[in-house]
Design a protein around this ligand. Structure first.
Ligand SMILES: Nc1ncnc2c1ncn2[C@@H]1O[C@H](COP(=O)(O)OP(=O)(O)O)[C@@H](O)[C@H]1O
Ligand SMILES: N[C@@H](CCC(=O)OP(=O)(O)O)C(=O)O
Length: 289
């Protein structure tokens, strides 16, 4: 076991993000309750070990679409399509939370909902309030469940994807580890679904442009947002804020405890605090480049 992996055992404040593609059955689009239950059980166990844990979950739009039987999100204008997406998110977020609340309470844990937008970070008072809320919830032993507030977030104020959101949350609360659970084992030199010669990367010690460019926006499902591209933006935010980041495959949710035991799975991005990194400024400028 290498030394950096060994140190993962000591992580005390952990943010876990799960993508839409990991929460639903590919064939039907319905929620995968077995995986959801395993995820909740793992998170409760991490909490029982005395660690602080935050869940960033996608899935609101996918669950909402399914609830009203929409195959695709369409509208005559872009604004109409956006309204349909927002309506689906409003429907799905409530359903998703209902499932999480039920499962967390079965394991005797209390969960809370936090919905965020860009303004939560960019506005000083909002950021201060959000920070205090997270701190208080974690002090109470409650597990915050976070998603973007899709209902109010249009282009101007959206973060846009939950990889980026989870890294922002990790930076905001001074987490020491961010784990992104995806439908792929980690970072490859290229999208392995498109390039059979792509090679797996176990560890990224320094996030150079070469690594940043490896993460393509292509996704493996019709519900994922951003592909590996947004995971590299997340890596930039996390590692610059002194948070180690792991990408691992959600196929077996047991990967969570194996990672926290220091096992060598997934891709590890090693933290390097960058004193010049300014979270509110970075978030303000998201999507501008
Ligand atoms: N360099 C890369 N390494 C690994 N996966 C990549 C890479 N570039 C693009 N991808 C794609 O990113 C997908 C994961 O992102 P995404 O579909 O958004 O999933 P999630 O819902 O888990 O966030 C993979 O299934 C893969 O097709
Ligand atoms: N906020 C959206 C998720 C957006 C997103 O980033 O999705 P994913 O790529 O599946 O993590 C939702 O809950 O549907």
């Amino acid at each position: 076991m290498n030394n950096i992996r060994e140190q993962i055992k000591d992580k005390k404040k952990i943010v876990v993000k799960i993508g839409s593609s990991s929460l639903q059955h590919n064939e039907t689009g319905d929620l995968d309750y077995i995986r959801l239950e395993k995820l909740v059980r793992e998170l409760c166990d991490i909490s029982n070990q005395g660690k602080k844990v935050v869940l960033v979950t996608s899935g609101a739009i996918a669950v909402g679409k399914k609830a009203v039987n929409l195959k695709t999100i369409e509208g005559q204008t872009q604004a109409e399509a956006m309204a349909v997406k927002q309506a689906c998110s409003a429907i799905g977020q409530a359903r998703l939370m209902m499932a999480y609340q039920k499962l967390f309470s079965e394991y005797n844990h209390v969960a809370a909902q936090i919905l965020m937008t860009k303004n939560t970070i960019v506005d000083n008072l909002n950021r201060y309030n959000a920070h205090n809320t997270f701190t208080q919830l974690l002090k109470m032993g409650v597990i915050p469940i976070v998603n973007e507030n899709d209902t109010v977030a249009t282009y101007e104020i959206e973060i846009g994807d939950n990889d980026t959101l989870s890294a922002i949350v990790a930076a905001l609360i001074d987490a020491d580890l961010l784990i992104l659970l995806s439908d792929i084992d980690g970072l490859y030199t290229d999208d392995p679904r498109q390039n059979p010669d792509a090679e797996f990367i176990e560890q990224v010690d320094e996030l150079t442009d070469e690594f940043m460019n490896m993460g393509k926006a292509s996704t493996g499902s019709n519900v994922g947002t951003g592909g590996m591209n947004t995971k590299m933006i997340a890596a930039k935010i996390a590692t610059s804020s002194d948070v180690d980041m792991l990408i691992a495959n959600s196929r077996d949710i047991g990967v969570l405890h194996r990672l926290l035991e220091g096992e060598n799975e997934g891709t590890l991005f090693v933290a390097h605090r960058d004193e010049s990194f300014d979270l509110p400024e970075f978030v303000q400028n998201l999507h501008k480049n």
